[in-house]
Ligand binder design. Structure first.
Ligand SMILES: [Zn+2]
Length: 429
């Protein structure tokens, strides 16, 4: 039983952050051994990975995957108009079944670009999102985006809805987990934020929220709560190592130090911030120095156009270099940490590195490619040069979900056709 991947160049992400030329033996769902000349006795499948790079599956720590149905919709509008005139009215028309197809579409894009796990926040269709993730084989953390800043919405009703779905998700499969999502400080009352965080802490679930995305959000928080967003969330007990703060582009030195001291998980979504022209750049290196755990995310496909974490890793790196006028502001190991093991840590999965005993989420890329050669053993160079077309195989939980560039568990052609039809139908409803 199991798979033997022979002779790969492995970006391990183990504690030494090494690159090794070795074999990887995978058992049912975990990596059993790493070494050279491992015996193939009793193994179901042997894969010759000579000339290939193996790296831990990338973790997309903040997205809204079903919004792949809205890719390119309302293109070019500023954030507020884009949401109010295009996205929110279109989302009003969404039905649960649409989420299933949007999730499959997004997951195919993710797998083809080396992502093995995503963390989502959305307001409907979460059970169908879990079905889709289950079928295609990807790992997922799914949260209801709670908000009560609207007529007829109360903290109690929001919590009841969320608890129901969290219980349902807990019964699905071990690859799918629930998180507690609160949309943002400006869209949630203090009662709702407190209830949501308490529920998350009690059930040991991640608490996922948008924080410090725009300058407008910071000023509204100063006005309504008399504190900046991170200060406020700390004051109500919502800033700790179980919390995932997405964006964090508009933060002060004091907020950076709070996030570090509390061990908050910060998710930098560079492409979404650039596309929506939010102006703030998440100070990744400063957060890391302060002690926060920093991961990366694409944000939804409507505010990014892609779910490609390879591209996200590169843009994050470029943006940090540019922000600090320092091409070495982030070390190569830190870049890969943000895209892999830090995301896994934020979401509570025992994955994110190629180490014995870890869950087997592994990506193989063909290094004999024009955009990668000549290959140096340099993590920074690989992060800059990779692209999704290099990805040949993706294993999640010990199973290939992409094998020799073919999606294995769903009919890709059917999904692409159906998702595109559904997307056009939704906006014309
Ligand atoms: Zn978001």
């Amino acid at each position: 039983m199991g798979t033997l991947i022979r002779n790969a160049r492995i970006i391990t992400q183990d504690t030494e952050r090494r690159i090794l030329q070795a074999d990887i033996l995978i058992g049912k769902d975990r990596i059993e051994r790493i070494g050279t000349g491992l015996p193939k006795r009793g193994v179901d499948e042997v894969i010759d990975a000579s000339g290939k790079i193996a790296f831990p599956g990338l973790v997309n720590a903040h997205t809204h995957i079903a919004m792949s149905l809205f890719r390119g919709y309302g293109e070019g509008l500023p954030l507020k108009r884009w949401l109010e005139e295009k996205i929110w009215p279109a989302e009003e028309k969404l039905e649960e079944e649409d989420i299933y197809w949007g999730t499959l579409l997004g997951a195919i894009e993710m797998i083809r670009s080396g992502t093995t796990c995503f963390s989502d926040m959305y307001m409907l269709g979460l059970a169908r999102m879990a079905d889709a993730a289950g079928e295609i084989g990807i790992r997922a953390v799914i949260s209801q985006g709670l908000f009560d800043a609207a007529k007829h919405r109360t903290p109690e009703a929001e919590m009841a809805k969320m608890e129901k779905i969290a219980n349902e998700l807990a019964k699905t499969n071990p690859r799918i987990k629930a998180a507690v999502g609160a949309h943002a400080v400006y869209s949630c009352s203090e009662d709702l934020l407190r209830l949501a965080k308490e529920f998350a802490s009690y059930h040991n679930l991640p608490f996922h929220i948008h924080v410090g995305e725009t300058r407008e959000e910071v000023f509204s928080c100063l006005e309504s709560r008399k504190m900046r967003p991170v200060e406020y969330l700390e004051s109500i007990g919502a800033a700790d190592s179980g919390s995932i703060f997405a964006h964090m582009g508009w933060v002060t030195k004091r907020e950076i130090s709070i996030a570090g001291k509390c061990g908050v998980n910060v998710v930098h979504c560079p492409i979404s911030n650039l596309k929506l022209a939010t102006g703030g750049i998440c100070p990744v290196a400063e957060f890391m120095e302060a002690g926060a755990n920093v991961a990366l995310g694409t944000d939804g496909p409507a505010s990014n156009n892609s779910q490609d974490m390879i591209e996200t890793m590169k843009i994050a790196l470029l943006l940090q270099s540019h922000k600090y006028w320092d091409a070495q502001k982030m070390s190569p190991a830190q870049i890969w940490d943000c895209a892999t093991i830090n995301g896994a840590r934020a979401l509570g999965f025992d994955s994110g590195s190629i180490e014995e005993g870890k869950l087997a989420d592994i990506v193989l890329v063909d290094a004999k490619a024009a955009n990668l050669l000549p290959l140096h053993n340099d993590l920074r160079s690989i992060a800059y040069s990779l692209n999704p077309s290099n990805v040949t195989d993706v294993m999640i939980n010990g199973k290939f979900v992409l094998r020799e560039k073919k999606i294995t568990l769903v009919d890709e052609e059917l999904v692409l056709e159906k998702a595109a039809d559904v997307a056009h139908e939704v906006v014309s409803r």
